[in-house]
Ligand binder design. Structure first.
Ligand code: MTE
Length: 319
């Protein structure tokens, strides 16, 4: 990943709440004038896109029994410290620049080994699925973590609806590719569009969800509006944002990070403290907002629910 080693991240880059609030006040003022700032050499209009109050509430939600009881990170932390390289590689870039993403209208193509292929509107995709709140840990490969109250529904319910054929062994997900809307795609930072994949049993696992919101409201753009994947036992990069295609395949998809650096990023990418990233240890993590590091748990603490998916596999080789 084109990222700093976790130990290189200065505490000053992880904004303490008080400083954050001051900056937010500053940004509020700056937003009014829409400043032109450079990000990675791109001159872009900057605007603060997240004001939680601007986002539509998603109505009454059932609370999922799969939720962790850990305290969620604040909405500010969740929406201002992001990885979404389509809007720049800095942690604060997505919050500043994702306003150029147009999420309405939105459609999702269902393709490949499936009985009901087609291009569906987002409304068609979402309509039959009751939404629930799922509070999950997200562990980034960069050794930081957060707790996020997602709103979504099980991916398995969508998969059953579109009925994969018996040849479907994997599911591939693709993010929007539009350099007009996603200025980070004007640079070859990654091989665009961003692609991710799951084995079909991982995709069907009850912990795997498609998220459409967080904190009871629709997803902020920087978090992957209008539709993103969340797979809580895998490193965060598997949780692909702003999905426009879901394809069922016989062959294992080549994910963007594996393509860019297969030595560092495997297809599975299960959270595993025993498998070092070649450039840093994965044994500990820093929860955003905390100073003392925590131990990283196998499968991000979801081992009891998911370890059986990998029985008989050498997870050091299949990282
Ligand atoms: N999806 C796309 N399309 N582009 C990205 O750069 N970054 C990934 C993942 N999904 C990324 C993406 C990484 S590295 C992480 S850690 C999570 O999104 C971060 O999700 P969050 O910003 O909502 O916390």
């Amino acid at each position: 990943m084109l990222i700093k080693r976790p130990d290189d991240i200065k505490p000053s880059e992880i904004t303490a709440e008080g400083i954050y609030r001051q900056r937010r006040h500053f940004l509020g003022t700056a937003a009014a004038t829409t400043a032109l700032l450079a990000t990675g050499g791109l001159l872009l209009p900057q605007r603060e896109v997240v004001a939680a109050t601007d986002l539509r509430p998603l109505g009454s939600l059932t609370k999922s029994p799969f939720s962790t009881t850990e305290k969620p990170n604040s909405v500010e932390e969740i929406t201002r410290y992001n990885n979404f390289y389509e809007f720049g590689t800095g942690k604060e870039d997505p919050a500043k620049y994702a306003h150029t993403l147009n999420t309405e209208p939105w459609s999702v193509t269902i393709a490949g080994e499936v009985e009901k292929p087609g291009r569906y509107t987002l409304e068609d995709i979402l309509q039959p699925h009751p939404l629930e709140e799922r509070i999950y840990r997200l562990r980034c490969v960069e050794a930081w973590s957060m707790v996020i109250p997602w709103v979504g529904f099980p991916l398995a319910d969508l998969i059953k609806r579109f009925t994969p054929t018996s040849r479907a062994r994997y599911v591939e997900f693709v993010t929007l590719h539009d350099p007009e809307q996603m200025p980070g795609q004007r640079r070859p930072t990654l091989d665009w569009p961003y692609v991710e994949g799951l084995r079909i049993d991982e995709a069907m696992h009850p912990l795997t969800i498609l998220a459409v919101g967080l904190y009871g409201k629709e997803l902020p753009k920087q978090n992957g509006a209008p539709l993103r994947l969340v797979v809580p036992w895998k490193y965060g990069f598997k949780s692909i944002k702003s999905i426009v295609a879901i394809r069922f395949t016989e062959q294992m998809p080549v994910s963007t990070w594996s393509r860019s650096n297969p030595r560092e990023y495997g297809f599975y990418s299960n959270v595993n403290p025993e498998v070092r990233h070649p450039r840093w240890s994965q044994q500990r993590e820093r929860r955003i907002g905390e100073f003392r590091k925590r131990e990283t748990l196998p499968f991000n603490g979801y081992a009891e629910q998911v370890a059986h998916l990998y029985s008989g596999m050498d997870l050091k080789k299949n990282f």
